[in-house]
Design a protein around this ligand. Sequence first.
Ligand code: G3H
Ligand code: 13P
Ligand code: ZN
Length: 311
Amino acid sequence: MPLVTTTEMFKKAYEGGYAIGAFNVNNMEIVQGITAACKELNAPVILQVSSGARKYAHHGYLVKLVEAAVEETGLPIALHLDHGPDFETCKSCIDGGFTSVMIDGSAHPYEENVALTKKVVEYAHAHGVVVEGELGQLAGVEDEVNVSAEDAHYTDPEQVYDFVTRTGVDSLAIAIGTSHGAYKFKPGQKPQLRFDILEEVSKKLPGFPIVLHGASSVMPEYVKMINDFGGEMPDAIGIPEDMLRKAASMAVCKINVDSDIRLAMTASIRKHFAENPSHFDPRQYLTPARDAIKAVVEHKINSVLGCADKA
Ligand code: G3H
Ligand code: 13P
Ligand code: ZN
């Protein structure tokens, strides 16, 4: 099976009340850890690449790694550009084998976001590629852009119908209180998502797939492991899993997770070196790191996404 778009995945996910995991990939071990879990649980998956990942690993390497995973697993896998910043980056990914791109115009004024997104959609659709747009702005860090909690703002449900019909996007990322990175809420703050906004949005766009960014739970066992083995992470609070599960049962068809994978990988490597200070063969510490990524993704599929056996 070749790489697929998200069209079929989202249609089934919407109807079935579950979501597809979209995991960020930067190197071979991350691709292998994620897809090994999906293979074991027969789950469809979106592997997403940020501009930072393209800069780090180079486009061609990531495409080949993902193609190898498709061949190895036989699963429906979509290759997606995460947070495409401009038309040129989206075009380069469309021309270079991606099946899905995000154009993130959320920081622009509304009309500019519409015009930019529409331009990407026209090019993408002419090449058989689907597009995710974004309305509203999440807090947190993505690439080099840091949006403070004060500058973040929720999606306005009154804009979504106009945005989707004028741009022609295939899915829409919305801001309902999730945020990027490991520090989503202040210490002592109670995590909260605006399900009322999600509900309003899905009323305006019946059957239309919604995307949640910044959806790591910041799994406490890995934060603890990092600190147990020499790390100095301050208290970190993520999105509670029951809230993500609820969103997946509603209109949310794609849930983005990067930070939880980073934490698991780092925790595992720290533990490995603390217990084996003389090791220097990368395979010795990357094998458990890859296993830790697999365990995270299995956990997400079973406890958050509900997409086991949906491949
Ligand atoms: O939303 C951002 C993702 O976590 C990707 O992060 O831009 O550092 O690769 P990155
Ligand atoms: P997290 O930082 O919560 O993992 O979010 C990742 C994300 O939204 C990638 O686009
Ligand atoms: Zn994101």
